[in-house]
Each structure stands twice: as C-alpha cells, then as structure tokens.
Design a binder for this molecule. Sequence first.
Ligand code: FPP
Length: 247
Amino acid sequence: MDIKSEIDLDKLPRHVAVIMDGNGRWAKQHGKPRVFGHKNGVRAVRETTEAAAELGIEYLTLYAFSTENWKRPKLEVSALMTLLVETLHQELSTLLKNDVRLNAIGAVEKLPAATYETLLKSIESTRNNQRMTLNLALNYSGKWDILQATRTIAHKVANATIRPEDIDDELIAKYLSTAGMPDPELLIRTSGESRISNFLLWQMAYTELYFTPVFWPDFGKSDLYQAIVAYQQRERRFGKTSDQLLP
Ligand code: FPP
C-alpha cells in the first residue's frame, strides 16, 4: 500500500524537527568532496518542505548549522554559508508560491554578513505567509537557547519586571527562540546516528524520536511519510499510564 495513504491526517504532528545528517558520508560513498553532499542535501530540504506543507504540518524545523559546526574545516563552513545564500535566493519564489513563512532560530546575527542579510530579507518577504513555518536552525544549539532565555529573564528579575516566583515552564518557553510555537511532537534524525546533539533540548522533553539509516541527501517524501506513520503508531503517555489515556 502507498505509505502516504497510511497517514491519519487528523493526527498529524503540528511540529516536526529534523537533524539532517549524513551529507559527508553520502558524498564519500559517491567519491566526491563533502560539499557535494551538502549541495545534494538541498534537494532533500526542498522535498521535505514540500511534503510537510502538502500534508498540513504547521512547523518544520531543520537543523542546518549548529553552534559546534564552526569547528569544521574553514572551506566547508564557507561553502555551507554560500550554499545557504544561493538556496535562499533560488527557493524564495517557491516559498512565496506555496505560502510558506521562513523563520530562523539561533544566534543568526553572528553569521557572515551576506548570509545574515539574505536570511533577513527572505524572512521579511515571507512574513505574511500562513500555510507552514519553515524554521531554519542556524548557529543554533539547545544549550545556547536555554542560556539566552535565562539571561533575558535574569535581566528582567534584576530590573524587577519579573519576580523569581513567576518563573515557570510557560515563562521560560516564552523566552526561548521557539516562543509561540508548539513543541515538536516528532524528531527525525537521518544517517543512523541516535543522538540529540544539542538540538531543541527544552522543547524536546516529550518528543518522539525517530532514527533512520538513510543519509540526508537520499531522504525524500516517502521517508517523511514513513516517519509520520511510525510516530502515529506510538502511544504518547506524557507520564501517565496506558489506562489513563483511554477515552
Ligand atoms: C550534516 O551532514 C549536514 C549539515 C551540518 C548541513 C546541512 C545543510 C544542508 C542540507 C544544506 C543547506 C541547508 C539549507 C536549509 C538550505 P554531515 O556533514 O554532518 O555528514 P556526515 O555526518 O556524514 O559527515
């Protein structure tokens, strides 16, 4: 049976997060430099975005560049930054046509100026789009996010706009870079690695984790459908017993 028809459209995750991994190994398998893998990864970004929007997923968050990725060879980092600029230019009309809003999470102001400016322009041009939010995590890490939220809250406590006793889950979530978005119900990581790698740490407290051996450049629509079907087959208990979940 066609895997897409197995998806229950009434039980879709509202927010799907993806760790796009395996570009380098995919390139090596093809006897090519790592950057070739990243270039082919763009095709997977396009397909996944399209499939998610078609299904009716509200938020898709892609881990495109982590705080730790600066440690990669200089040439690879600059190639990734250039690729990002090229991709944003190339895909802007498709985002507009498909009513997809672009957003970024992370310390984006520390990206190279050309990347930062193109990013801000793309975000600005798509800001009224409604169908889906494509969230790019760029210069992002989960610890960074918790840290920047903590700092902001600490300043507010210091100038008496927040009382320490007002700090709860909800307040912290309001100062994270994902403020206003639902927590992801599903995380997909490609390439056979089973780690969270400093991604959305606070937000993934109850996220279902799905690991697939497929390298990111080979990831396509049917892989996304398969992940959603697997998610829908799981029982989400949020600390309760199975019996307590019965209607
Ligand atoms: C992980 O593979 C991939 C990345 C760190 C970069 C992801 C970037 C893209 C897919 C291209 C541009 C993205 C956008 C949103 C336009 P890896 O290099 O860690 O692979 P390896 O583990 O096999 O070495």
